[in-house]
Design a protein around this ligand. Sequence first.
Ligand code: DP6
Length: 429
Amino acid sequence: MAQKTWVRMVTAQTPTNIAVIKYWGKRDETLILPVNDSISVTLDPAHLCTITTVAVSPSFDQDRMWLNGKEISLSGGRYQNCLREIRARACEVEDKEKGIKIAKNDWEKLHVHVASYNNFPTAAGLASSAAGFACLVFALAKLMKAKEDNSELSAIARQGSGSACRSLFGGFVKWIMGKAEDGSDSLAVQLVDEKHWDELVIIIAVVSSRQKETSSTTGMRDSVETSLLLQHRAKEVVPKRIKQMEEAIKNRDFGSFAQLTCADSNQFHAVCLDTCPPIFYMNDTSHRQVKFLVSCQCASHSRSSSKFYMKCDDTKMVAYTFDAGPNAVLIAHNRKAATQLLQKLLFCFPPSSDADLNSYVIGDKSILKDAGIEDIKDVEALPPPPEIKDAQRCKGDVSYFICTKPGRGPGLLSDESLALLHPETGLPK
Ligand code: DP6
């Protein structure tokens, strides 16, 4: 009688992250080594995450992957690099109950199946590749019982997509650019965990869920080749900003945090404009949102002689940051500030007439409740923000809002019903 073949499976969940000091530009394209350090905040995986199931079986005849239900090719260099690096660290695995015994050297011959699912739009400028590669590497490391810690795994995830290395941790994370030519010291470290600054609230305005035009990879290559501003930024600006940002995070100094976050986002998009050909990630809605935020927090503007002063109200301050896409990521310093922000956002960016509130504000809906908004009629009845003179309502400019907060790092999902692959066939469920 033929021996019953086995399938060994692991399912993991990994968060996405948003950079508050941006990574933009590589000094080594293959190893994915950046031209500067970067810092990010990890988003709550309950609202934005990738779930990945990896499986190994002697019955698989090739490595295969399915993303959001569709089979994709694993032949690209980035996937191959991650698979090779993680296989090199695989250890012996034994599961007596299932009759599984895999020796260290067997991993070279065995094939894997990978199924991955994002609970947010892929390639919409919401760092889906970050969560995706981090989850792939984390899940494979667990499947193969690799002994490496998350920082060591981050150096592998980095070779899938740079920003992925920061998704190996929760809270605030720094990607140290490193100096070594082989990239061994270019890895992520956790600055503080998600509990350190847990009153922060993050609201993402999803402006478009269409595929972005210029990929980060192509965009940053063009910037490295053509932008003098990028050289100045990497050499002079970011090293100082990283230190200031670390201080602001350590001391939970929201004023400095917000100022640095906005300045760094602005500079990243200025580098994009300084690139030949210029890259436009922010669109008219993104620009309207920045204007809206600046008007909300700046109590008074006054011109005196040649200087233009803006008096910003600290309690109304909101940090904004935009990645390689038009979506705004807004960080409010506490729930009260977030509630007021959401009310103003919904006044200025209401849903199109046929939308329902339940799908217009997703994630942590309790903020909506705090804001006293229960249905679309409450949105229509919102008063104009007093700070904004002649506030316009831009109906339909925003597809939806996601309310979330800083969150934890990767974890395993032990509930087998959550696995994306069939436990017997190793094929998508
Ligand atoms: C604007 O990590 O997507 O989000 O390394 O080429 O895969 P590759 O690029 P990717 O770039 C992210 C750029 C950014 C800023 C950031 O996350 O730091």
